[in-house]
Design a protein around this ligand. Structure first.
Ligand SMILES: *[C@@H]1O[C@H](CO)[C@@H](O)[C@H](O)[C@H]1NC(C)=O
Ligand SMILES: *[C@@H]1O[C@H](CO)[C@@H](O)[C@H](O)[C@H]1NC(C)=O
Ligand SMILES: *[C@@H]1O[C@H](CO)[C@@H](O)[C@H](O)[C@H]1NC(C)=O
Length: 368
């Protein structure tokens, strides 16, 4: 009898926590350091020191939940890279442009707004941007400057025992095109170029000695409050069960399939050299939250998971004229129960869940 109720309890617990998470710290191999390349999804303070911020991640309420001050991270708290660093028992990565940064355990080269493609790519397609951010090639140049000014010949050995996180890239290559009225089919033609830029970047870090590379793909764009606000329709058929716009989710999935095919090929190409390249399923981690929202404690006070916690109002609490942190915006009372932070970026709580989802999928493959 006692046994029976014990197993009932176990079964209940299993359904309550649909994903059995490993401990959040120390589950990764003993990486010496982490090197991150990317955009606002992983920027820990580069844009803050580089240029102008459209979303004021240099001020509260950015950072309010975890750091209790703004750090330049585009969230109320930690990013996925912070959770990955913790899981590898390493300190959080300082931004490359932080003059006071400590880089003994890695460097973060990610810059909010960064694209995979170069400036000319957008000019050629008549896509304008407010301020062009250091894209993959410039981030790689920073990386090479870092090599030249630090370990030079010894770098390769250190990099061989490190984790490289290359991305997410892609969102910033597509959002301006969508906003400027390009059709989905036209933007689909950008995907091979975007993925080729990413693959080129991954090859460059491998040439410098990287052996463990995680390459994440973008979130389902159609679930982002920003996309829902700019592209909403009055046709119920355009939305999925969660209120996300299907065609933008399909677009992100298309990019991710294209990326995965390219990564498999790259993996085969470098396998004999002991290099392991794995895809980071941010898309799947995000959807896993929606599928298990109640069990995971996501329960936005408005009753809508596709509503931003911080923003300037409207159906999705997203208003481009009143972004989170600027006059006219307000913050939800419980960011820990919200998926979306400012309408483009996610909360500390979402990042925690997605990082655990991804870590569970890739940790054993990345073993040194
Ligand atoms: C670097 O640290 C010093 C001493 O802690 C501080 O005075 C200075 O403002 C910092 N500089 C930057 C750019 O953060
Ligand atoms: C470029 O875009 C602008 C406005 O976005 C438009 O007026 C112009 O005709 C476009 N040019 C080409 C060559 O498509
Ligand atoms: C790094 O050093 C190499 C060899 O001296 C040089 O060719 C390269 O241009 C340097 N790269 C950067 C970004 O400074």
């Amino acid at each position: 009898m006692a046994m029976a109720s014990y197993s009932v309890l176990l079964i209940t617990a299993f359904f309550l926590f649909p994903i059995a998470f490993a401990a959040t710290s120390g589950i990764f191999p003993a990486f010496k350091s982490i090197y991150q390349f990317g955009n606002s999804l992983s920027d820990t303070g580069n844009l803050l020191r580089w240029g102008t911020m459209f979303y004021p991640a240099d001020k509260l309420p950015y950072g309010e939940t975890y750091f209790r001050k703004a750090t330049g991270r585009f969230s109320d708290g930690r990013l996925i890279v912070d959770f990955i660093a913790a899981a590898a028992n390493l300190p959080y990565l300082d931004a490359y442009l932080n003059k006071n940064g400590s880089f003994a355990h890695g460097v973060n080269f990610a810059v909010a707004g960064a694209t995979a493609n170069e400036r000319e790519f957008f000019d050629k397609r008549n896509i304008s941007y407010d301020e062009f951010k250091p894209a993959i090639l410039e981030q790689l140049e920073w990386f090479e400057k870092y090599i030249n000014s630090t370990c030079r010949k010894d770098c390769a050995e250190k990099f061989g025992n490190s984790l490289f996180i290359f991305g997410e890239y892609g969102g910033n290559d597509y959002f301006p095109a969508f906003q400027q009225g390009k059709s989905i089919s036209e933007v689909m033609s950008y995907v091979p170029h975007t993925v080729a830029s990413i693959i080129h970047g991954v090859k460059r870090v491998i040439q410098h000695g990287a052996k463990r590379i995680l390459v994440p793909g973008p979130y389902p764009f159609g679930c982002l409050p920003s996309q829902l606000t700019s592209s909403g329709t009055d046709k119920a058929d355009d939305y999925d069960q969660f209120g996300c716009l299907k065609k933008y989710n399909d677009f992100a999935a298309y990019h991710n399939r294209f990326l995965q095919v390219a990564l498999s090929k790259l993996n085969r190409q470098y396998a004999s050299k002991g290099v392991v390249i794995v895809y980071g399923d941010f898309y799947g981690g995000f959807m896993n939250i929606f599928h298990n929202a109640n069990e995971l404690g996501f329960n936005h006070e408005s009753g809508s998971l596709v509503k931003a916690c911080c923003g300037g109002g409207g159906a999705y609490n997203f208003d481009k004229a009143k972004p989170c942190g600027k006059e006219g915006s307000s913050v939800c009372t419980n960011p820990k129960a919200a998926v979306h932070w400012d309408g483009v970026h996610l909360t500390d709580a979402s990042h925690r869940h997605i990082s655990q989802f991804v870590i569970n999928q890739v940790a054993s493959k990345l073993a040194l």
